[in-house]
Ligand binder design. Structure first.
Ligand code: SF4
Length: 388
């Protein structure tokens, strides 16, 4: 449930490694595709030179992420998105060309518009069906650009260059990220035994790596939180968590929050035991930051068990409807997770927990406004948090 940050003062951004690597990857792409392949091997007049260079550069820039793992993920999404857009684009383009060849131009143009509209709908729907909604906008851009090759003499060749350029650009981004000052993230140095950590005025407990979601904004994606690793080598026992709490001066923090790199409700026994120990020994208020899927995860209503261990519950809403939720949360429970989140929040409030919902400010402003409406209907406050 780790998502939040608060900016206190402005510091000019530094030129990070990702910026440098992106620029370097562009240079390498130009040298390999344009200079070596296009000019030296195939010759200046090589027809596909411009296309493949442009698509490779675009792919390189979009694919480059802050970690190798994320870059591979972005490359996969970009390549699959491009393939979907190209295949559907070529099929619809064939229909469009047929219309231009066999009907008056005005009719053909209107049919072309209709094909663009239907194709856009089909591409987005297909992305949703195959649970690839996150790249649907990319697929649509590719689809439309393929369709607009209607006047080209070589639409199939253009499409092939686009796909090849995308693949080559993505590979260059991965290689540059992996070999040029690779991020210092590996099995050895990302694993830690950090069961408790201070963040601002609170003490946070990190009791599991497990999570039913794979949120696009989650700091898990980046490997570390504020420079410290929260990936656990092994899940701590109740005694280990209590020992970790004892290493902090109780006067140095306000409340204790179950919120690590994973979803704490996977560890109900540990959380309840630790929560009750805190209440009995420290008298601090305890908050659970959750994705609201604990009942599904445990196959039972967990709220009665949290009584006496937890005072307040913050439920991640993430988005205002099921399909939007799935786009950012990528839950193992699919779109049905959204209704479960709302239901959990309602039950939490009814059970007497101080309940609020939260979203991360990485979604569009209009969506944030819709989230406020959802929470108003539930009679629950909404907290909008910054993205790490
Ligand atoms: S629900 Fe899981 S993936 Fe999403 S922000 Fe929380 S810990 Fe990260």
């Amino acid at each position: 449930m780790k998502q939040q940050s608060h900016k206190k003062s402005y510091h000019p951004p530094k030129v990070g490694m990702r910026i440098i690597k992106t620029a370097l990857a562009v240079l390498v792409t130009l040298l390999i595709i344009d200079f070596l392949l296009g000019r030296l091997i195939l010759g200046r007049d090589w027809a596909g030179s411009l296309n493949i260079t442009i698509f490779a550069i675009i792919s390189t820039v979009i694919t480059m992420q802050s970690s190798v793992k994320e870059t591979v993920k972005a490359a996969r999404e970009r390549i699959i998105g491009t393939l979907i857009g190209v295949v559907i684009g070529l099929a619809f383009l064939a229909l469009a060309v047929l219309m231009f060849d066999t009907t008056p131009e005005t009719v053909a143009v209107l049919v072309f518009y209709a094909l663009l509209t239907i194709g856009t709908l089909l591409v987005i729907y297909l992305c949703k069906v195959i649970k690839f909604a996150i790249v649907s906008s990319l697929c649509v851009v590719v689809f439309i650009s393929v369709m607009y090759a209607v006047n080209s003499n070589t639409p199939l060749v253009d499409a092939i260059w686009r796909v090849l350029g995308t693949i080559v650009g993505a590979i260059i981004a991965i290689v540059i990220n992996a070999v040029v000052f690779p991020p210092k993230i590996n099995e050895e140095n990302i694993m830690s035994d950090t069961y408790a950590y201070k963040f601002e005025d609170n003490l946070y407990l990190n009791i599991t790596n497990r999570c039913s979601n794979d949120c696009t904004f989650c700091v898990r994606q980046g490997g570390s939180f504020g420079g410290q690793s929260l990936w656990l080598k092994t899940e701590p026992t109740t005694a280990q968590v209590i020992e970790a709490i004892k290493t902090f001066d109780p006067d140095s923090y306000n409340q204790i929050v179950f919120c690590g790199y994973g979803e704490s409700t996977y560890r109900m026994d540990c959380m309840v035991e630790v929560g009750k120990w805190i209440k009995d020994n420290l008298g601090k208020t305890v908050r659970l930051n959750t994705n609201g899927l604990g009942n599904l995860i445990n196959g039972r209503d967990i709220l009665p068990e949290l009584k006496g261990a937890v005072d307040s519950i913050s439920v991640s809403l993430n988005q205002y409807n099921a399909s939007k939720y799935e786009e950012v949360s990528k839950s193992v429970y699919g779109e049905s997770a959204f209704d479960e989140v709302l239901d959990f929040a309602k039950k939490s409030k009814d059970a007497g927990f101080d309940t609020q919902m939260s979203i991360v400010a990485c979604i569009p402003k209009e969506d944030i406004a819709e989230c406020y409406i959802v929470c108003d209907k539930l009679g629950m406050p909404l907290r909008v948090r910054g993205q790490m």
